[in-house]
Design a protein around this ligand. Structure first.
Ligand SMILES: Cc1ncc(COP(=O)(O)O)c(C=O)c1O
Length: 385
């Protein structure tokens, strides 16, 4: 049991494990209990823990200059933007740095509404985009559960997943933008069909709406490609990303087509912390490491191994892509997560009560998958009573 916090707002259900250090894909508590992490802190620890290149970048930049705002230009900020634009699909040449996924989506949605002069956004059932006013408005189920604002800042139409006919019908001349997670993360690693993604692009082309891919979870190599846009071979107008972008340092970005920014003058977008030098130094280190260590290929290969070897014990099938995987569980996923944690393996749950979510670091090795497969195999019906 966790001790009750004296002052923290207790809005999170927490697990019975308190990490104090981390190395590679392992976390350790004060009693030297080592836990193999398949969850990556909600997909943030993309390079695992204590990665020497990240630590080095953090220390070097911290000693050099901890912070300066966007009131001055900085070489490290330009370098981070150049690298991110080069890593992103062709045509997304402009970068606006922010601090989180929700903030990235808030700005992308505003840009879509402003540049088209329209007032409707099309979103997908079961999607999650964050907890701010606009991002929450396009999040499925938020209004009933936690939204809290009396009105949403725009009209929103939700479309059922993979329903190409409904999607095409919903995207009309009033539609400013369509927002889609290429693989829905919080919903349980639900991957869309390629025809659905292609239809979204085609319908946006016909109506003049902007296609926004929310790659807060799927971006930065998680699907074994730089972005989900590459995985599905669709060209969005905007990509939002965050989570593992800074390898654990909080940051996010909006990537956009150059022509979308031509009317944006000084003051059109803004943030104090976004694009700070520490975040930028880490973004550069993350992108360099992914490229130089061949981590995209590693994700694809090790993901295939999970699919081959982990349908055993309580697992009946696997969905998702790369290292955003949903393991379908016969008992409730939370009970499988708890049983795995007792065996020192950390996995996550999702919005689907029968999907166990895996979001491991891109550095995960085949030997770690073997450990997971073995643990799953050992889970019998009695493990869940
Ligand atoms: C797809 C997606 N979009 C947006 C967000 C919100 O990101 P943040 O919590 O950094 O605001 C999340 C967070 O889980 C997410 O998974």
């Amino acid at each position: 049991m966790n001790a009750r916090a004296a002052h923290l707002s207790e809005v999170y259900p927490t697990l019975p494990f308190q990490p104090v250090t981390g190395e590679g894909v392992y976390l350790e508590d004060a009693q030297q209990r080592r836990v193999l992490d398949f969850y990556g802190g909600h997909a943030v620890a993309g390079l695992g823990y204590g990665h020497p290149r990240l630590t080095e970048a953090l220390l070097t930049q911290g000693r050099q200059l901890l912070f300066q705002s966007n009131a001055v230009t900085m070489r490290i900020r330009d370098e981070a933007a150049d690298k991110l634009a080069a890593f992103a699909p062709d045509g997304l040449d402009r970068v606006f740095f922010v601090n989180s996924g929700a903030e990235a989506n808030e700005n992308a949605l505003r840009l879509a509404l402003q540049t088209t002069g329209r007032r409707k956004i099309v979103a997908i059932e079961h999607g999650f985009h964050g907890r701010t006013a606009a991002a929450g408005a396009v999040t499925w189920g938020a209004r009933d559960r936690w939204y809290g604002f009396p009105n949403t800042p725009m009209d929103v139409t939700f479309v059922p997943r993979n329903d190409t006919t409904a999607l095409t019908a919903a995207i009309d001349k009033e539609t400013a933008g369509v927002i889609i997670e290429p693989v829905q993360g919080v919903a349980g690693a639900f991957d869309f069909s390629k025809p659905f993604m292609t239809a979204a692009r085609a319908a946006c082309d016909v109506s003049g709406a902007l296609l926004i891919l929310d790659e807060v979870q799927t971006g930065i190599g998680r699907l074994g490609t730089p972005f989900g846009a590459d995985y599905f071979d669709v060209s969005p107008d905007l990509i939002t990303t965050a989570k593992s972008l800074g390898g654990g340092f909080p940051c996010g970005a909006v990537l956009m087509r150059d022509e979308l920014t031509k009317d944006l003058g000084p003051g059109a977008l803004g943030t104090t912390f976004g694009g700070g030098p520490l975040a930028c130094a880490l973004i550069v280190a993350v992108l360099d490491t992914i490229e130089e260590d061949g981590l995209l290929t590693q994700v694809t290969e090790v993901s295939a191994l999970i699919r081959q070897t982990c349908i055993c014990g309580p697992i009946t099938s696997v969905q998702g892509a790369g290292f955003l995987l949903g393991l379908k569980t016969a008992p409730r996923a939370a009970t499988v997560r708890d049983a795995l944690l007792e065996r020192n393996i950390l996995a996550g749950t999702s919005g689907d009560p029968h999907i166990l979510r895996l979001l491991p670091a891109l550095i995960l090795q085949p030997s770690h998958v073997e450990t997971l497969a073995q643990a799953l195999e050992e889970l019998t019906d009695e493990s869940f009573q």
